[in-house]
Write a protein that binds this ligand. Structure first.
Ligand code: PAF
Length: 279
């Protein structure tokens, strides 16, 4: 596995490898990331994983400085997962001068997570476009756990005619249901024990939808109340269509999304659900 730090090293590696899949990450890799690498390997001859903690997507009061960085351990995991290369530029390589041009995503970027993280998806879309332009992969793989990010990146590539195929990987969960996330490492032992409740709350909404309940606001509110009762600070619980438009009582496909803080750690999760046609 080759470790590429400079744009020149990436360029040379890329020139020698056709049929490339890119897995963009911010490092501190867990089994969820490794599943994305495996998926990438199934779709392309060569896999490059980028590791870059992108300052553009963090707000001024967010966790950019304390975001976990574990480069050597990440490389070891990627080597055994069969990645062909790691692209790990430093900020000076990606931003030789402060970024002047940004991708301006549509209104969706101001909803759900975007409502609580102003500018976040603009920063994500901008860095992803830069990475796609640098690597020029045939395929890029993103996780479904970041469902809104996935939707925005799909929209970005469609609207700006970026010649890449986006592939989505399923969320990987711990045995107790908690979605794997680089931020889980921030949780104290007590918080870690409490953390699966977010997934449970989304599941309970799913069961209510299956049972025919369609009062979305009541379901969202009840789940948020349950979490709050157990010490969470809830950003949102939302039932949406798969394209993230507002749901309708006649819908049969839903995505239930949630974002909430446990102590200083913000967790997100979602659940896709298909229910039987309403009679
Ligand atoms: O999902 C992430 O880790 C990041 O948002 C991404 C896509 C690597 C962009 O920095």
């Amino acid at each position: 596995m080759q470790v590429l730090h400079s744009l020149e090293a990436l360029h040379n590696w890329r020139a020698a490898h056709t049929d490339v899949a890119l897995v963009p990450t911010m490092g501190n890799l867990h089994d969820g990331h490794l599943a994305l690498v495996e998926l990438a390997r199934q779709h392309a001859a060569h896999v490059v994983v980028s590791i870059f903690v992108n300052p553009l997507q963090f707000g001024p009061n967010e966790d950019f400085a304390r975001y976990p960085r574990s480069f050597d351990a990440d490389c070891a995991r990627l080597q055994s997962a069969g990645a062909d290369a790691v692209f790990a530029p430093d900020a000076a390589a990606l931003f030789p001068q402060p970024q002047r041009y940004h991708v301006e995503p549509p209104a969706l970027a101001n909803e759900l997570c975007g409502a609580f993280r102003p500018g976040h998806f603009r920063g994500v879309a901008t860095i992803v476009l830069k990475l796609l332009n640098l690597v020029q992969p045939r395929i890029a793989v993103f996780g479904r756990k970041d469902y809104q990010q996935l939707a925005i990146i799909r929209g970005l590539c469609a609207d700006l005619n970026v010649p890449v195929q986006i592939i989505a990987g399923d969320t990987v969960r711990a045995a107790d249901g908690l979605a794997l996330s680089s931020r889980n490492g921030f949780l104290s032992a007590d918080e870690r024990a409490e953390a699966p409740r977010l997934h449970q709350a989304l599941n309970e909404i799913g069961q209510q939808l299956v049972a025919g309940q369609r009062d979305f606001a009541t379901l969202e509110h009840a789940a948020a109340q349950t979490l709050a009762k157990h010490g969470w600070r809830v950003d949102y619980i939302a039932i949406r269509r798969l394209d993230l438009a507002l749901s309708d009582a006649t819908d049969t496909h839903f995505i239930i999304l949630g974002a909430a803080h446990l102590g200083r750690t913000r967790l997100i999760d979602n659940l896709e659900l298909t229910v039987a046609e309403n009679l």
